[in-house]
Write a protein that binds this ligand. Structure first.
Ligand SMILES: *Cc1c(COP(=O)(O)O)cnc(C)c1O
Length: 355
């Protein structure tokens, strides 16, 4: 018999895959580690699910998800040609990196930021040029142009993850005007923030904005995201997407969710109230909390030992996210849960630091 031999491309052989946040099987766990929404999806999604006709699953779905994309276009006040729907915003980024990034077309991104970008760059044989954030408050450095010189794309998660903070939109606009490449704004958390960059994507030829249903829509399990921007950019990216990247069920349920703006607003309001309380409670316990514009907070315990805190919470069946590293390792990232979850979380934290 022939022995196993590696035929992988060197790029793939040497890269590390993305590590998703843990999805534990344990019951009775308070899960605050992947920024899911603690509230259910819109009742309109339940209704749409009840009226699904499984007989129709015999047929392939609409490759361009026309009805869904029309709803997205209506929501954002743009044309159908400025929208591409995808299987989660991770699918948007996979397509984006394949389209714009390779060994000769580097990407630039904030450091720290969403770690998926590095994985997708590595798969293209490309490096990500880091834009180092201020280690105190994770604000942008002055010399954005210097850190991104020669990059073909620059990705801004805004609000950023895992840090949760946002930064001046005017800086992004000015940067995009002068940058010789594509600016991708990852707006996974924009519904929890005071503003967003959608108008830049609709007016500037080199700005794309991506959104997801995973956070504010309470639909992480559905896998739906989209990107908006100049029709020529969208047209080019469509060439690379899987023909049927959104199944029939996802298209139907996502459309119901997109159209229910009122429900989404009410859920976001509850999360924002939870975020304000969580921030105040942690500060009262001596934590350093980064100002959050998202549905989570990035907080450092009084002794700056994020890992110890992460492990102590785990022993009490509370899961948050810990990011090792000289700067990020002082913190943990805590998703805003229900008031009841937050009550237990704060009581547990008090007990941990009373010892
Ligand atoms: C959660 C998250 C996403 C969402 O990814 P999906 O594939 O849509 O679930 C995208 N970007 C950032 C920064 C995130 O934190």
């Amino acid at each position: 018999m022939r022995a196993y031999k590696d035929y992988f491309r060197k790029d793939i052989q040497s890269m590390t895959g993305y590590t998703p946040g843990e999805q534990p099987k344990m019951e009775r766990l308070i899960k605050l580690n992947t920024n899911e929404n603690p509230y259910p999806p819109s009742p309109k999604v339940f209704e749409a699910a009840r009226s699904l006709d499984c007989e129709r699953l015999r047929r392939y779905p609409d490759p361009l998800a026309d009805h869904l994309c029309s709803a997205i276009a209506e929501l954002n006040g743009c044309s159908r040609e400025q929208v591409m729907a995808a299987n989660g915003s991770d699918d948007v980024f996979t397509i984006f990196f394949r389209a714009f990034v390779d060994a000769n077309h580097p990407a630039a991104a904030l450091e720290p930021t969403y770690s998926l970008y590095k994985v997708l760059a590595a798969a293209q044989g490309a490096k990500v040029m880091p834009i180092p954030l201020n280690p105190e408050d994770f604000s942008l450095p002055e010399d954005l142009a210097g850190f991104t010189r020669g990059a073909n794309v620059c990705i801004f998660a805004r609000p950023n993850a895992p840090t949760g903070n946002t930064y001046d939109k005017e800086i992004i606009r000015r940067f995009a005007e002068n940058f010789d490449g594509i600016v991708m704004v990852d707006e996974a958390y924009a519904d929890f923030a005071a503003d967003n960059c959608m108008d830049l994507a609709l007016s500037m030829p080199n700005v794309l904005v991506s959104r997801t249903s995973s956070k504010s829509y309470s639909l992480a399990g559905l896998r739906f995201g989209y990107v908006v921007g100049n029709a020529r950019l969208i047209h080019g990216m469509l060439k690379l997407k899987d023909s049927y990247n959104l199944d029939r069920i996802a298209q139907t349920l996502a459309e119901a969710a997109v159209r229910d703006v009122e429900y989404r607003k009410s859920v976001v309001a509850k999360v924002l109230a939870g975020r304000a309380k969580l921030t105040a409670d942690l500060k009262a316990l001596g934590f350093r909390v980064i100002d959050s514009a998202a549905n989570f907070v990035f907080a450092a315990p009084p002794d700056d030992d994020g890992e110890k805190y992460f492990r102590a919470l785990r022993d009490h069946a509370i899961i948050v996210r810990y990011f090792p590293g000289a700067v990020t390792g002082k913190f943990v990232r805590i998703t805003v849960g229900t008031p009841e979850e937050m009550r237990i979380f704060i009581e547990t934290t008090q007990a941990i630091y009373r010892k």
